[in-house]
Design a protein around this ligand. Structure first.
Ligand code: NAD
Ligand code: G3P
Length: 346
């Protein structure tokens, strides 16, 4: 069956980090299984050299992203390319999967270069406050490119997904037709998609859980047990829900029980990078910038920036005291507050 333009849908992945590479494995296989998709998936790579070789060349010959997702084979129909215009110009579907700090500059490069029937889905966990108010990444992309943007968020640590360990994920869509198309691109027997008509709710869950994950890492660094971690998870979800309803109209309460909500908070508080680096911050006293360089091999932390962005919004609206967990995480990350306050101040 053809896409809405009458031609086959052409998928382009913008990003090739840890999650971008893992999801390319699913997309590459799924486009071959559904006749409405073109069999080639272009993947934009922020070019870099690994032992003198271009990362794009390594991916296209060895079918492995040796830096961001080593020891996982990618499908050969996923073609890496460092020229972003070449990647997007004939695409009907864009999958955004870059760290949120690079969204603005990336959108600027492709503005005016897209087909009229192009739409997007964002897998990016973060928010933007550069224009003064709170903006979701999907809104930022929608505004910059004038296209429909859905989102995909869930309890999805990239390497576990790449190893095909069973998990669930949530797609938030505006347009039901796009919701169906995206389900075909992402759903597999081990990566089970549920789609809901609540883009903002799904996306806020994905962004805010990174702040909760930092709190979980702090209590791990303080050598607290599982009761304390459970309290962080409960209080964190309560603040996520309160924040979402305070700043967005129409968020559905059920969304917090989807994979993007409670399940992502649990997985990230046990298995994610944010937890790991927050724990290391308590144990070593090193800054997050140094820990990111030392421990993440080029991967990026989103939650510290998100905690600052959320704090700006809360301060502007005079309600920091209503969000003790979010506020304490911010002060530990940016004001040298002793991590033990994560227990005393919430
Ligand atoms: N890693 C996970 O397990 C996971 C799971 C779900 C969602 N996410 C989300 O997916 C998004 C992407 O994360 P990731 O894990 O794929 O990335 P990553 O942190 O592994 O990698 C960083 C990426 O940023 C690229 N980069 C560096 N400088 C850049 C620039 N100036 N412009 C554009 N790109 C640049 C690097 O080349 C690399 O591909 C994030 O929002 C993250 O929260 C990650
Ligand atoms: O490794 P983290 O902390 O960025 O979390 C990864 C994913 O978001 C978990 O779903």
């Amino acid at each position: 069956m053809p896409g809405i333009s009458g031609e086959k849908e052409k998928v382009c992945i913008i990003g090739s980090g840890n999650w971008g590479s893992a999801i390319s494995k699913i997309i590459g296989k799924n486009v071959l299984a559904h006749p409405e998709f073109n069999s080639t998936v272009k993947m934009w790579v922020f070019e870099e050299y690994i032992n003198g070789r271009k990362l794009t060349e390594i991916i296209n010959t060895c079918h492995e992203n040796v830096k961001y997702l080593p020891n996982i084979k990618l499908p050969s129909n996923v073609v890496a390319c460092s020229d972003i215009i070449e990647c997007v110009e004939d695409a009907t579907i864009l999958v955004f999967v870059i760290p949120h700090q690079f969204v603005k500059s990336t959108c600027e490069k492709i503005r005016g270069k897209l087909r009229d029937d192009c739409r997007a889905i964002s897998l990016i966990k973060g928010v933007d406050v550069s224009k003064g108010g709170l903006m979701l990444i999907s809104e930022e992309i929608r505004e910059a490119l004038s296209i429909d943007v859905s989102v995909l968020m869930g309890a999805n640590v990239a390497r576990e997904v790449a190893l095909e360990q069973f998990c669930e994920t949530t797609i938030g869509y505006n347009d039901p037709y796009n919701g169906e198309i995206f389900k075909k691109i992402f759903n597999t027997s081990y990566f089970r998609v549920n789609a809901v008509q609540d883009v903002s709710g799904v996306e806020l869950c994905g962004a805010l859980k990174n702040v909760v994950a930092l709190a979980a890492g702090f209590v791990d660094g303080l050598k607290m047990g599982s009761n304390t971690k459970a309290a962080i998870i409960r209080i964190g979800i309560a603040e996520m829900k309160k924040f979402s309803h305070m700043f967005y109209i129409g968020i559905k309460n059920e969304t917090f029980f989807e994979s993007c909500g409670v399940a992502d908070v649990v997985t990230t508080c046990y298995g994610g990078r944010h937890r790991k680096l927050a724990e290391a911050h308590v144990i070593t006293g090193k800054s997050f910038d140094d820990l990111e360089k030392d421990m993440l091999n080029g991967q990026k932390l989103q939650g510290t920036i998100t905690s600052k962005e959320i704090h700006q919004i809360l301060t502007r609206n005079n309600c920091t005291e209503e969000f003790p967990l979010f506020s304490t995480v911010y002060r530990i990350c940016y004001e040298n507050l002793c991590p033990s306050h994560i227990i005393h101040d919430i």
